[in-house]
Design a binder for this molecule. Structure first.
Ligand SMILES: NC(=O)c1ccc[n+]([C@@H]2O[C@H](COP(=O)([O-])OP(=O)(O)OC[C@H]3O[C@@H](n4cnc5c(N)ncnc54)[C@H](OP(=O)(O)O)[C@@H]3O)[C@@H](O)[C@H]2O)c1
Length: 296
């Protein structure tokens, strides 16, 4: 296939994320001038997971590039629960902190849900507290999870209509599957949510005008699961070992075969991934604005 045809079918997450960051930079500059300080994001990093360190480094750099102040709080993997609770409570009270991000996964001895639940919903830039997920379910305003927001932004950037369309979401996590399904529902899509117990998965997927795969199963979605002309959003990112000892990142969709049927498709990497950090920055600016306005 010719390069021009190829690239026409590929959803370029890197480019859309760049556009989002450029737009945001202007908004951050204006808000910084208006309120007399920069938006602030606190990132809590516990332990020595190399992937977490890389993600956090990327988030800190991304903040800097759009004019958001970041505060990195790093702790040893053995830090006790009481200390982590106190850290989050202190950040909740800190007037210079607009967003709090606790990098996951946490070491096993720390109760993830209990710790996330402590975050002030007004500073919950990952959108993972019950309050914000409840607001999303109700259709109210709030801070919502970054990857689903990124998926919605990709669909709108590529003018993919979802109203009245059959959308199939593979996966029902709080992080991706459920929130993206709620966002699509709010835009009048007819949404089917699938999971590990779904019967006739290939059949269900073949009904999709838009297929969102977020199940963490490398290349599970085969080419013939994709209806001709469907839009495919591949959220999956699993690192797999290659025969030659190297490793590569695999999506949940068998890209080459799905590409043949899809009208638009996200690559892995370079599709949904870059959008997640971009939307974290958007959420931080949003929480800054909301907090400043609520004081005015
Ligand atoms: N690019 C990004 O920025 C980004 C961000 C977040 C996540 N991700 C990636 O997205 C993927 C999903 O993440 P997650 O946090 O949502 O994962 P998760 O919490 O493990 O949830 C996976 C979901 O997929 C379902 N599932 C698993 N195996 C299945 C199968 N064989 N058939 C049908 N459904 C199946 C599970 O069903 P049950 O509920 O029945 O167990 C579950 O609902 C992962 O690869 C993750 O790395 C990427």
């Amino acid at each position: 296939m010719e390069q021009a045809v190829l690239s026409k079918k590929i959803i370029d997450g890197k480019q859309v994320a760049k556009d989002v960051r450029e737009e945001l930079k202007v908004q951050v500059e204006a808000a910084t001038a208006k309120y007399g300080r920069k938006p602030g994001l606190a990132v809590v990093l516990i332990g020595d997971n190399p992937a977490s360190h890389t993600y956090v480094k990327n988030k800190v750099t991304a903040c800097k590039n759009v004019g958001i102040e970041s505060f990195l709080l790093q702790y040893d993997k053995d830090v006790d629960e009481k200390t982590v609770v106190e850290i989050v409570q202190k950040l909740n009270q800190d007037p210079l902190v607009d967003g709090i991000l606790v990098q996951l996964p946490l070491p096993k001895h720390l109760p993830t849900q209990e710790i996330l639940a402590l975050i002030d919903p007004a500073k919950d830039v990952d959108g993972l507290t019950a309050i914000n997920l409840g607001r999303l379910a109700r259709g109210d305003e709030g801070l919502f999870p970054c990857t689903p927001l990124g998926i919605m932004r990709l669909l709108s950037a590529y003018k993919v209509p979802v109203k009245g369309k059959n959308v199939v979401v593979l996966g029902r996590s709080h992080l991706v599957g459920k929130p993206v399904a709620l966002m699509l529902l709010a835009q009048d899509a007819t949404v089917t949510i699938c999971h590990s117990k779904t019967a006739n998965l290939p059949e269900v997927c073949r009904q999709a005008d838009v297929l969102v795969a977020a199940c963490g199963q490398p290349e599970m979605v085969k080419g013939d699961w994709v209806k001709p002309g469907a839009v495919v959003i591949d959220v999956g990112t699993t690192r797999v070992e290659n025969a030659d000892g190297t490793s590569s990142l695999k999506g949940d969709v068998a890209f080459d075969a799905a590409f043949e049927n899809a009208s638009l498709i996200t690559p892995v990497p370079g599709g949904v991934g870059p959008m997640t950090i971009a939307m974290l920055l958007v959420n931080t600016q949003k929480s800054f604005e909301m907090r400043m306005q609520s004081r005015a």
